[in-house]
Structure formats: C-alpha cells, structure tokens
Write a protein that binds this ligand. Structure first.
Ligand SMILES: [Cu+2]
Length: 149
C-alpha cells in the first residue's frame, strides 16, 4: 500500500500535467487512513487540510499528530509550494529534527504532505513558498507535530 502510493506520488511529481481531482486526492487520503492497521502510520482522523488562497496559507500554523496526512489545496491560478525550511524566514529548503517536505510548485490543484510516524513530538517545521518567498501575503507558516496526549 505504502509503496504503490509512493509510486503514485512520484509519478505525479514527474508528470505535472497529470493532476488528480481534489475528490480523488481526499478519497485516496481517506482510503489510506482506512487501511491503517495497528502497525501502520495512519489512522482515521489523521487527515488535515492547508488551503492556499490569494497568496495566503490558511491556516498559517497547523498542529498535527505524527503520521498525519496533510492535503494542500492551492486555489490560486498562480503556482505555490509548501516547502519546509530549517528556520522561519530563511527561504531555503531544510529540515527540522529530520522532518522535511516539499509539495513542489503547483497551481489550482491539490497534493499531499505525509508527516512521518516517527516525527518527534513537539517538532515545529516552518514552511514557505519557493515561488514567492517573502512576497506571499503570508510569507510562511508552520506545522507543529504533537503526539496525542
Ligand atoms: Cu507562492
């Protein structure tokens, strides 16, 4: 399951003209969640959404558990990305505590960020847009990883 899904994401990254519809992405994410077993990283309720609209990340700061799936929906015709950085405002791709992600540039479409199930509790990963950097209306945001208490 995980391998085929990774292959799907890789294929999508290679061919940017092929973009599944939003319902397909959500259905895929929910299907993955439903497939999560005791040994899997996903469980029901682990799907979150970041919208990008009018050059703003909504929400700007999001808290998720380890193993979360984050659907990123860019509603702008302009291309944006959600790209992790080691420190907020550096506008350089990077990782915090081994956690990194990068949607790549995409417009008017959806893609997925997968937070590792091994992501350390309390990790705060800043992110930015590789296309617009400080020119975004929200120049960045953050994903905080918080294990369920
Ligand atoms: Cu942007």
């Amino acid at each position: 399951m995980d391998e085929s899904y990774s292959a799907l994401l890789s294929a999508r990254a290679r061919d940017r003209d092929v973009r599944p519809s939003f319902p397909l992405v959500v259905a895929s994410a929910l299907l993955l969640a439903a497939c999560g077993s005791a040994s899997g990283p996903l469980s029901t309720g682990n799907v979150f959404i970041i919208h990008i609209s009018s050059f703003q990340y909504i929400p700007q700061d999001l808290t998720v558990p380890p193993g979360a799936t984050i659907v990123v929906q860019n509603e702008d015709l302009a291309p944006h990305s959600v790209t992790s950085e080691a420190s907020a405002g550096s506008f350089t791709p990077g990782a915090v505590a081994g956690v990194s992600f990068d949607t790549g540039e995409f417009s008017n479409a959806q893609t997925i960020i997968q937070i590792p199930s091994t992501a350390p509790d309390g990790t705060v990963v800043p992110f930015y847009c590789t296309v617009h950097k400080a020119a975004m209306n929200t120049p960045g945001g953050s994903i905080t990883i918080r294990a369920p208490q």
